[in-house]
Design a protein around this ligand. Structure first.
Ligand code: SAM
Length: 286
């Protein structure tokens, strides 16, 4: 692998680039981390990779050597010129100069799946941290035909995403990730692995999309609405949070629902398993 620090400095100098903080630009300069992201994604020539926020192309450079196709989505048009110059010789490379939150990923994936050589689609990214949660939610909720998502994000968020519901780092998003994926920690990444250094510690995680949901539920949307309501007031008991947000018509109804499920009246949202929330949703729907 090339010397990433030298390459990054020289590209930044040549194109007169200053990292744009508003776009979450922290460029990766640690070769071990690049290697680990690429290896854990288990890329073959039958894979199409969608890279979110390629920046100067540090990860892209390695992805292009392994994947059948790489599609990069980058919002900053300053980066587009660099990427075009840098990877012009690759025929398996495409750049989309757009906001990841605004593009229709399903249609991009479906169009490329017509190519018989592409068997799987994987997401790989060193994400812009200011929009980590909306990006992850988009990738999961749009039910994309993808196999895995390998991303670097801030450690605090990573801990919540890979937690098993009921564990100490549980948040509303824990249930969403758990419902759609089996996830794992790949490695923790220190601040000095980037230019400029971010204020927070980072972590690489991998989410493998499940073939089958871990709970049977007719209407997952209702379950996720209930989870969201429960965590909006996470300092309150589940009973009070769901009564205040009108999931339960009144406290008495809530007490009866919890009793049916053998749940304590004082239980808090983060203590519930996904199965518990699925059962509450089932009762509410009836
Ligand atoms: N992949 C590069 C690396 O590892 O060095 C850069 C990673 S940097 C943390 C995040 C990248 O996401 C930047 O290039 C930034 O311009 C881009 N970005 C920020 N917001 C974006 C958005 N809404 N849509 C697409 N790309 C975005």
């Amino acid at each position: 692998m090339e010397n990433i620090l030298e390459t990054t400095k020289s590209i930044m100098k040549k194109y007169n680039i200053r990292a744009n903080k508003n776009l979450g630009q922290n460029f990766l300069i640690n070769e071990d981390v690049v290697k680990s992201i690429v290896e854990s994604s288990q890329i073959t020539t039958e894979d199409m990779i969608i890279e979110i926020g390629p920046g100067l192309g540090t990860l892209t450079n390695e992805l292009l050597k392994k994947a059948g196709k790489v599609i990069c989505v980058e919002i900053d048009n300053k980066m587009i010129r660099i990427l075009k110059d840098r990877f012009s010789e690759y025929t398996n490379f495409e750049i989309i100069n757009e906001d990841i939150l605004k593009i229709d990923l399903n249609s991009i994936i479906n169009k490329n799946k017509d190519d018989k050589k592409i068997k799987r689609v994987k997401i790989v990214a060193n994400l812009p941290y200011y929009i980590t949660t909306p990006i992850i939610m988009k990738l999961l909720e749009e039910k994309l035909d993808i196999e895995s998502i390998t991303v670097m994000i801030q450690k605090e968020v990573a801990d919540r995403l890979i937690e098993v519901p009921g564990g100490k780092n549980t948040g509303a998003i824990t249930y969403t990730v758990y419902y759609y994926c089996e996830s794992e920690k790949i490695m923790e990444v220190t601040n000095n692995s980037f230019i400029p250094e971010p204020d927070v510690t980072s972590e690489v995680i991998k989410m493998n999309l499940r073939k089958e949901a871990p709970v049977e539920i007719k209407n997952p949307k209702v379950m996720f609405m209930i989870i969201k309501s429960a965590f909006m007031q996470r300092r309150k008991t589940l009973l009070n949070a769901l009564t205040n947000s009108r999931v339960f018509l009144n406290k008495q109804e809530g007490i009866e629902v919890l009793k049916k499920l053998n749940l304590d009246e004082n239980i808090r949202a983060e203590e519930l398993s996904i199965n518990d929330f699925a059962k509450i949703a089932e009762i509410i729907c009836k």
